[in-house]
Design a protein around this ligand. Structure first.
Ligand code: ADP
Length: 253
């Protein structure tokens, strides 16, 4: 695949204290740089604004207050992009920020402009980094999770592959964090059969999506013929090993 959308989840980007994992970001950027050199085109979807906001401001209070959440995202988005910028800098790769909302995908003119911007950035060798514009979004008009946002972005850009990086090795028969006997499913060819056969446990404190939104993302992209891979983002240079064709995580085809 030549055009790849890669989504990195909050749990992959940040440690348990909510600090951005800069070592991860630089190793990841190095792998992306390698792919670009091989002629691949990459669009990133990055979560983590709220976590970064929390660790920057240093407190959790009023965390249910919507405006406080939005303010945290406004602060954290800057930290997040600064961390990505620094990660790509040694490779002389520029990044571009696209903050999107559900509206952007439902208004044809905005969608067209967005699409053109995305193509232009990629043509210029810039790595676009997409996130939901949480500071202007209230729940009612939200895409709500970056798994679905990544799927919409992959469709918008006509990607060849969507990769979701999370903190688990793929889809399991049940939540692997709660059940030791959970089994990894390596290949999904029938999404509805999968949904009926697995149990979708609770997610952890920072993640908003959990496995359910990852399956929604798969459904969206598969309906456009785009395959999806769900894999662990933080393990031994996963991007490179996927590129070599090694089996990692769950493939939805
Ligand atoms: P991210 O921030 O990467 O999007 P999430 O926390 O939103 O991550 O979603 C991943 C989590 O979903 C895993 O850490 C896991 O605990 C949970 N989960 C629940 N059910 C399952 C399942 N059947 N297979 C895999 N993961 C599951």
């Amino acid at each position: 695949s030549r055009k790849i959308v890669i989504k990195v989840g909050s749990n992959t980007l940040a440690d348990k204290q909510g600090h951005i994992n800069r070592a991860f970001l630089s190793e990841f950027a190095e792998q992306v740089a390698g792919l670009l050199q091989k002629g691949k085109q990459i669009v990133l979807v990055s979560s983590g604004a709220r976590i970064a906001g929390i660790s920057t401001i240093g407190k959790w209070e009023r965390k249910r207050d919507i405006h406080y959440k939005q303010a945290l995202c406004a602060v954290g988005q800057v930290e997040l992009m600064e961390a990505w910028r620094k990660a790509f800098e040694p490779h002389q790769i520029h990044i571009g920020q696209l903050l999107l909302t559900a509206d952007d995908f439902s208004n044809d003119i905005r969608t067209l402009h967005m699409r053109n911007t995305l193509f232009t950035l990629v043509d210029e060798g810039v790595v676009p980094i997409i996130n939901e514009n949480d500071s202007v979004c209230v729940d009612e008009i939200k895409i709500g999770d970056n798994d679905n946002l990544a799927a919409l972005s992959a469709i918008l850009w006509s990607a060849d592959l969507l990769i979701l990086f999370s903190d688990i090795d793929g889809v399991y028969t049940k939540n692997p964090k709660e059940h030791q006997d959970a089994e990894l499913i390596e290949m999904v060819q029938d999404l509805s059969a999968l949904k009926a056969s697995i149990s979708v446990g609770s997610t952890n404190s920072f993640g908003t999506g959990g496995i359910a939104t990852k399956l929604e993302a798969a459904e969206k992209v598969l309906s456009y013929g785009i395959p999806m891979i769900l894999a662990h983002g933080g393990k031994n240079r996963v991007l490179e090993s996927l590129q070599r064709g090694e089996q990692r995580g769950t493939a939805f085809i």
